[in-house]
Structure formats: structure tokens, C-alpha cells
Design a protein. Sequence first.
Length: 113
Amino acid sequence: QVQLVESGGGLVQAGGSLRLSCVASGSAFSSNAMAWYRQSPGKQRELVASISRVGFTTYANSVKGRFTISRDNAKNTVYLQMNSLKPEDTAVYYCYRVGYVDWGQGTQVTVSS
């Protein structure tokens, strides 16, 4: 099992930026697609962005053009750069190893209006 540890969340004003990081333990990181999900109170967890082993990316329509997912295999880290943040982006953001049951503990992002 791989351990995933997120960081980088916080409180930011609307229009601001944050960069989330997720560090994975183990040597298999480069072999796995990775993703970021988010969950707001009372809502289902939703996919925000994903990145394949070779860097192919996909995004939810709600974040396209504002968020960028990337990875650094040498550091076993996946990032989520979030720009032009909106209050509706407020959620707990989770890192996920695609195809497995490995989730991080989550990091809170709060965007004030």
C-alpha cells in the first residue's frame, strides 16, 4: 500500500492562488496515474484532475483553464496549481492513486468571497 500525504491547503480570497502537493511513499509512483478529488459538505467526492504516467491530463469542466495538475516522478510528488479561485472551490482536496484504494488524508481549501 502507498501512503499519500497532501499539503498546501489554506484560506485564500477569491481570485487568489494555492498550490497543493501530494507526496507518495514507495517506488511505484512513476508507474501510476494520479488524481485530485475534492469534497464539499453535503456533496459527493468529485474528480478535479488526473494525470497519466506519461503526463496526459484531464480536468473537470468547472476547473479547466484555472487549475493545472503536474507531477515530478523524481520527487514522488503530484501537484495541483489552483489559480483564479472561487468560493465554490472550497472543499477538502484529496490525492488519489488511480486504480487503487490509496487516498491521502485530505487538505482543506477555503476560498472567501
